[in-house]
Design a protein around this ligand. Structure first.
Ligand SMILES: [Zn+2]
Length: 197
């Protein structure tokens, strides 16, 4: 194995094809070899077990991994065979992370009024039992938040631009000092490419 191939990371998807982690290439290959995961061909979404992956020809000019017996393509993305739970390192729910998820945009009027003019809105108000979570909180500009008050958006004729969800990105995808491989873009949400300020 060359040093540069060793220092690379492979993106790990859970069984539901949700990106949950990145792991060194060596570890990714170990997971595939032990049949805990399969390699995903990012451009075609084909999946390969170890045998079928090691049988693939190395495209001209592509860096590969050489062992005593085999020459292997470097896996960029793998999908786990069994684990499909929540990410082990879920992103903490904070105002800063919410601003990042919603791209500093009010989720009702779509404006980006600047951080000082943004507030955290509970979709189902706390007074009606709504919790503070990724699924129940969105950014709202002060104007929209005042208008909505302690009501549901539908009660005051407001519409949520999109259904709030936990972000697909997580600090574990921050590749130390390196560029994220292009192939990962197909599996990690848009927001993960927005630089944190
Ligand atoms: Zn607004």
């Amino acid at each position: 194995m060359t040093t540069s191939a060793l220092s690379r990371d492979t993106l790990v998807l859970n069984r539901a094809w949700l990106a949950i982690a990145s792991t060194p290439v060596r570890n990714a290959l170990r997971l595939v070899y032990s049949e805990a995961a399969k390699v995903v061909q990012p451009d075609t979404y084909e999946v390969h077990g170890f045998e079928s992956w090691s049988g693939l020809e190395i495209p001209e000019g592509e860096e590969s991994i050489s062992t005593v017996r085999l020459e292997l393509r470097i896996p960029e993305v793998i999908v786990l065979n069994s684990f499909s739970g929540v990410p082990r390192q879920a992103l903490p729910f904070t105002r800063k992370n919410l601003i990042r998820r919603d791209l500093s945009r009010c989720q009702y009027c779509g404006k980006q009024p600047g951080q000082a003019q943004l507030s955290v809105d509970h979709v189902i108000p706390r007074s009606k039992g709504g919790g503070t979570s990724w699924e129940n909180c969105v950014l709202a500009c002060l104007r929209c938040n005042r208008r909505k008050g302690n009501k549901l958006a539908s009660e005051v004729g407001m519409i949520l631009l999109q259904e709030p969800k936990p972000p697909a990105w997580s600090p574990i995808f921050e590749v130390a000092g390196g560029e994220k491989p292009t192939a990962w873009r197909r599996f990690i949400g848009e927001q993960s490419w927005v630089e944190a300020s």
